[in-house]
Design a protein around this ligand. Structure first.
Ligand code: ADP
Length: 460
């Protein structure tokens, strides 16, 4: 029997905290926010029913990683469940286990699934087991410098070094020759150690300018799994997504179906539960390869919501309450009942200076006006006139999302919205986004992951 939550703690900040609080409110659930000393004046905390400062003077990031303090607060406030958002504790199996021990439901997959899929090497091994193609490489951590030299001798360059625990493009290095190999390996180890506390690095072939295609998954706790189709997230800078859209208009029907089938195959095999994303790269020969599973809500979930009409965050909560996908509450009767209508594009407006190597800008927003209107959804963070953009956190200011019946009009709408935005006091990447949206390749959905690097004129 499903158990309705009365109170949910949102263990995150910024736009995703607001997104989760809104979903809870619509489901009649009381919300408890947490915030760091540095976030004392942040908008998200005012949206929750209750908000508590955590972390003391531990630091702006560490506050949101205070596992024991968050769980103690949740117990004290009689919370039924915790939503982790993305980043921070969202993919931390230890946190999931501690929630379970405290009899608090973690809104996401269970710790075993995270153990299995959170590590890029383990998930590649699992994908191979289920017949899902992966990029050829060494499926274990590189032991030492001799081993990587040996691998490079037997395999052609370019190669890609990647952190097993990787995320956010960290611990990744492209290697094009023997001369770069050892230094890149050392750099990748160092970066991974700093970012993730472990320096397990693996190696695979580097694909030249592939497309990044990913599949949104929803699985209930009764073994039912569906996909909400794909997203094209190829517009990236330094392996970080900037513009995302769905459907991936340049994919053939055949390729799309193969990728969707493989995503389901892997998630069914792994016994996946709750929302997740299966990521693939598609090379210029139209081969697709699995790269990783993200066992959490993603920044770009919005575009899938716009075309399917399914609220993914509400679904996450209802799944955690124990509802079946085909229950009247979630109302996804079957895979075939999920229809894709129209096109949706998301632009990540960030407080970064595109004319100066995307250096994050901070300070007071003297003026903040967004461009809404028909077909536009704005998922904002801490943007309002007078708000302070802090240097400690992700520079995402607002997600501008369009929906329309045609791709061309979805481009026009999101472009109009970004152009209409007026932000003063802090620099944003708006001019860069406008250049991307005006590019002929983008309008045809043809961009690959090399697009930004190969078009320096976008920065002007
Ligand atoms: P992270 O978890 O750090 O985001 P991913 O494994 O998801 O890292 O990869 C991020 C991006 O890096 C991909 O979307 C792609 O652009 C690039 N990438 C990753 N692996 C390869 C590869 N083997 N060849 C070419 N590009 C790659």
């Amino acid at each position: 029997m499903p158990k309705k939550f009365k109170r949910v703690l949102v263990a995150n900040r910024g736009e995703i905290a607001i997104r989760v609080i809104r979903a809870c409110q619509e489901l009649g659930i009381r919300t408890v926010a947490i915030y760091s000393e540095e976030d004392k004046t942040a908008l998200f905390k005012t949206k929750a029913d209750e908000a508590y400062q955590i972390g003391g003077n531990k630091g702006p990031i560490e506050a949101y990683l205070s596992i024991n303090e968050i769980i103690d607060l949740a117990i004290k406030k009689d919370v039924d469940a915790i939503h982790p958002g993305y980043g921070f504790l969202a993919e931390n199996p230890e946190f999931v286990r501690k929630c379970q021990e405290a009899d608090i439901k973690f809104i996401g997959p269970d710790a075993e699934i995270m153990d299995k899929l959170g590590d890029k090497i383990q998930s590649k091994i699992l994908a191979n087991k289920f017949g899902v193609p992966t990029i050829p490489g060494l499926e274990r951590p590189i032991k030492n410098e001799d081993e990587i030299k040996e691998f490079a001798k037997k395999n052609e360059y370019p190669l890609m070094l990647k952190a097993a625990a990787g995320g956010g493009g960290r611990g990744m290095r492209i290697v094009r020759s023997d001369d770069e190999l050892i230094e890149s390996f050392r750099d990748a180890c160092e970066e991974a150690r700093k970012a993730f506390g472990v320096d397990d690095i693996f190696v695979e072939k580097y694909l030249e300018n592939p497309k990044h295609i990913e599949v949104q998954i929803l699985g209930d706790e009764h073994g039912n799994i569906v996909h909400l189709y794909e997203r094209d997230c190829s517009i990236q800078r330094r392996h970080q997504k900037i513009v995302e859209f769905t459907p991936a208009i340049a994919l053939s029907e055949k390729k799309r179906n193969e990728i969707l089938d493989d995503a389901i195959k892997l998630c069914e095999g792994a016994g996946y539960k709750n929302a997740g994303t299966v990521e693939f790269l598609v090379d210029k020969y139209d081969n697709h390869y699995f790269i990783e599973v993200n066992p959490r809500i993603q920044v770009e979930h919005t575009v899938s919501e716009m075309v399917t009409g399914i609220d993914i965050v509400q679904s996450q909560i209802l799944i955690a309450e124990g509802y079946r996908l085909d229950s009247p509450q979630i109302d996804i009767k079957s895979q075939d009942a999920i229809e894709v209508r129209g096109y949706s594009i998301q632009c990540r407006v960030t407080t970064e200076d595109p004319t100066n190597n995307f250096i994050p800008d901070t300070g007071k927003l003297d003026h903040y006006r967004t461009g809404s209107g028909f077909g536009i959804r704005l998922d904002g963070g801490n943007g309002y006139t007078g708000s302070i953009i802090q240097p400690y956190y992700d520079s995402l200011l607002v997600k501008t999302i369009s929906w329309s019946r045609t791709f061309e009009d979805a481009v026009r709408k999101v472009l109009r919205s970004v152009e209409e935005m007026k932000v003063r006091g802090v620099k944003t990447n708006a001019s860069f986004l406008i250049n991307v949206l005006n590019h002929e390749d983008f309008k045809k959905g043809l961009c690959d992951t090399g697009f930004i690097e190969n078009n320096p004129d976008l920065f002007n």
